[in-house]
Ligand binder design. Structure first.
Ligand SMILES: *Cc1c(COP(=O)(O)O)cnc(C)c1O
Length: 362
């Protein structure tokens, strides 16, 4: 196969074609450098320009204030599950809102470090929604409150930040980072693995308010310590240079080709509403997993009338060039991940196929 398909992979996910083309073009030799980004010192002025532009682009896209650090770390969002707790928990406790599989994992890791509890858990309802503010009680002394803005596996998203009073708000934003504007000042810390919506696997972005950086205990190993990472501007050791380079290109694409996150959010909402419309107008042939007000704009999860039809759907979709639509093994069904880089034409092709499939099999 030499032609690109419509790729609905949940992660690593689709990247913008112009970004891949530029990376390919410059892979042997960065203009003006004479070597590839893979082969130059991370302390060279050439790489410095790359990491500085990546940070500047993120600051511009998300309007990140000066008193927040932007870190480029390794270990994925999964390491942040532990690192957040290691740096912020101390001898206090933290409150978690659990709306899907990733939140469950985040809590489990924090509990290995110290005291953390679920103040709301959607598991008994099979993770179909996020909580109303009157359904949970925050401990006003909690060191932080944690939520997952978009649960990638269940396709459940918070319509807005959950109110947590004055408790520092921490968010795993891995799968909807850069999909929409965010008011950074409402957060103490945001983390996101790049490979869903911002770049390749290997780099995790952490946006952290300065007062939280100062909480890191002296006893933490350097690589796990936000303060040391911040003081060294993410260059304590060799950072994932290629992944950071691609994040730089993706954020440049968001700024200059898309025109910013308002514009990106408008396109994303349009793509998602096309798909949910097909689901809602299918007379029950397709059933969306999440409650309508809690639906993800990034990961559209749905079922068909039975597993045999789901299998047939996935096979026929693949033959139509619509790939990676199988739901996560833990929930089954189907999932279309329609990250920033999925063009509207890909979503339209999927909608056409879904209508036709329902007509033939409904
Ligand atoms: C994919 C994902 C993770 C795990 O990311 P890794 O980089 O593989 O550790 C965590 N949280 C969310 C919301 C995700 O989508």
């Amino acid at each position: 196969m030499t032609q690109r398909v419509w790729n609905f992979s949940a992660g690593p996910g689709v990247l913008p074609l112009p970004v891949l083309e530029e990376a390919q073009r410059d892979l042997l030799c960065l203009p003006g450098v004479g070597a590839s980004v893979l082969e130059i010192s991370h302390r060279s002025k050439h790489f410095d320009a790359i990491i500085q532009e990546a940070e500047a682009n993120l600051r511009q896209l998300l309007n990140i204030p000066e008193h927040y650090h932007v870190l480029f770390l390794q270990g994925g969002a999964s390491l942040q599950f532990a690192m957040v707790a290691m740096n912020l928990l101390g001898d206090g406790s933290a409150d978690y809102l659990i709306t899907g599989s990733w939140g469950e994992k985040a809590l489990k890791e924090a509990q290995l470090i110290g005291k953390a509890r679920a103040i709301w858990n959607g598991k008994p309802e099979n993770f179909v929604r996020t909580p109303r503010p009157d359904e949970y009680t925050i401990d006003p002394n909690a060191r932080y409150a944690h939520f997952t803005s978009n649960e990638t596996i269940q396709g459940v998203a918070f319509p807005t930040e959950p109110p947590v009073g004055d408790v520092p708000l921490v968010c795993d934003m891995s799968s909807d980072f850069l999909s929409r504007p965010v008011d950074i000042t409402r957060y103490a810390l945001i983390y996101a693995g790049a490979q869903k919506n911002a770049g390749p696997a290997g780099v995790t972005m952490v946006i952290i308010r300065d007062d939280l950086v100062q909480r890191a205990p002296e006893t933490l190993p350097a690589m796990l310590n936000y303060r040391i990472q911040a003081e060294n501007k993410s260059l304590y050791n060799t950072p994932p240079v290629f992944a950071i380079y691609i994040v730089m290109l993706v954020t440049r694409w968001l700024l200059h080709t898309i025109g910013g996150l308002e514009q990106m959010a408008r396109i994303n909402r349009e793509k998602a509403s096309l798909l949910y419309q097909v689901i809602d107008e299918s007379g029950g042939f397709y059933r969306g997993h999440a409650h309508p007000e809690h639906r993800s704009v990034m990961n559209v999860t749905f079922r068909l009338p039975n597993e045999a039809l789901e299998k047939q759907f996935l096979q026929e979709a693949q033959a139509h060039g619509l790939h990676e639509l199988k739901g996560h093994r833990s929930v089954g069904g189907c999932r279309a991940s329609i990250y920033n880089a999925m063009p509207i034409e890909g979503v339209q092709a999927l909608c056409d196929f879904m209508r036709d499939f329902a007509r033939r099999n409904g």
